[in-house]
Write a protein that binds this ligand. Structure first.
Ligand SMILES: *Cc1c(COP(=O)(O)O)cnc(C)c1O
Length: 391
């Protein structure tokens, strides 16, 4: 009889997979569900990128095994993107590695840096794969609480002194999921100085680096002098160009970490389909007007949702990045209680904040990656139907 490994016994089903299961049950029961839980762009992949994919898919030479470290054109395109957007120079051969979506690299960097028993410093609340990959590597999680009073930034000096010598890897994520918070270059300077002092590798997850508003431009951690000695940055085409299903991302920065990760990967996967890499290269270097257009749409949705939430006395500052709203639950409600109440009274799914870590308690996350009319319907239901009984 099958009995899964002890390691797997510790791993709950992926949070969003579990939510998808519950949602399917509700739809089956006849509920008209609106899912503000998923962070998957509704806006289509821009046409020129799709055309490039189709064109490359027709070439017989592209059906062969791809390059382990990524197609040279893709790696060059990433380097070019970094030069253009952040004025950061990258060697496409040693400082850029293609990933099958950045989640893949985020999961696999953990065992390349950490030994069992080491500590991984993880933003709390944060993207669930950071902690799951840490469990799978039999390393320990040390949460870095992200509090509103600190603009959802970790306080490095709060990391316990006895943990520090065993902490080898720190995840950062700005613009942040789920908190939608952003940072300036000064924050990264402090982070790099801290990492150098304590021999910690920084892995900054920049999945939302191009989804920004209010004239804010998200910096790259690699803009900090000396950052390449201790840092890598994960990037993704998923959100920027609405390419989640393509599964293409990259990691850039420290070449020893990248080398190690490429060895790990060459033993577990064989890279992404070449036409997808070439379409991604084209996305990074082609017409960028889609980004501004999409950001304008997200921003309009953001303002409408924030306005809608006021009707139930939920106040949020408009964020400068990501397509999420991270909001405090109304008085008297835990994250789970509020998410259940909203679901029961409106059929709208929101993500309870504690799903992203213990410090997410007392918050909920709303995603704006749904068509305008669906979002308007959700806002309408929230305004009209929610009756809060607790005080
Ligand atoms: C969406 C997301 C990613 C993963 O992106 P892929 O490249 O599609 O794997 C990584 N980090 C965060 C915080 C995200 O929200």
């Amino acid at each position: 009889m099958f009995k899964q490994s002890r390691k797997m016994e510790q791993i709950p089903p992926y949070m969003f997979a579990e939510f998808a299961r519950k949602k399917a049950e509700m739809i089956k029961a006849g509920v008209d569900v609106i899912d503000l839980g998923i962070g998957d762009p509704d806006l289509p992949t821009p046409e020129h990128i799709v055309e490039k994919l189709v064109e490359e898919a027709r070439k017989p030479e592209n059906s062969k095994y791809p390059s382990f470290i990524g197609h040279p054109a893709f790696r060059k395109a990433v380097a070019h993107f970094y030069k253009r957007e952040f004025d950061v120079e990258l060697d496409p051969d040693t400082e850029v590695l293609a990933l099958i979506g950045s989640k893949e690299g985020i999961a696999h960097i953990v065992p390349t840096v950490l030994n069992p028993g080491d500590y991984c410093l993880i933003p709390d609340p944060g993207y669930p794969p950071y902690r799951m990959a840490t469990y799978l590597a039999e390393a320990n999680v040390q949460y870095m609480p992200l509090k509103k009073e600190n603009q959802f930034k970790p306080i490095f000096t709060d990391i316990p002194q006895d943990i520090l010598p065993l902490a080898k890897l720190m995840f950062l994520n700005y613009p942040g999921n789920p908190t939608a918070s952003t940072v300036d270059l000064k924050f990264y300077e402090d982070a790099i100085a801290f990492a150098r002092k304590h021999n910690i590798i920084i892995a900054q997850d920049s999945a939302y680096n191009m989804i920004t508003f209010q004239n804010y431009k998200a910096p790259s951690v690699l803009q900090v002098e000396g950052a390449k000695e201790v840092a890598v940055e994960f990037g993704s085409l998923s959100k920027t160009y609405s390419m989640t299903g393509y599964r293409i991302g990259y990691v850039v920065g420290n070449k020893d970490v990248i080398k190690s990760l490429s060895v790990y990967k060459s033993n577990t996967d064989t890279g992404q389909f070449t036409p997808i890499q070439l379409a991604a290269a084209y996305a990074l270097n082609g017409d960028q007007s889609c980004i501004g257009k999409h950001n304008t749409i997200y921003w309009e949705r953001m303002k409408a949702m924030i306005e809608g939430l006021k009707a139930i006395d939920v106040e949020v500052e408009p964020p400068k990045g990501s397509f999420f709203i991270w909001a405090p639950t109304p008085k008297g409600y835990t994250s789970s209680e509020f998410a259940s109440t909203v679901l029961e009274q409106t059929g709208v799914i929101i993500t309870p904040g504690n799903a992203f870590g213990p410090s997410g308690e007392g918050y909920f996350r709303v995603s704006l990656s749904l068509p305008n009319d669906v979002l308007a319907d959700a806002i309408d239901r929230i305004k009209k139907n929610i009756k809060l009984s607790k005080k």
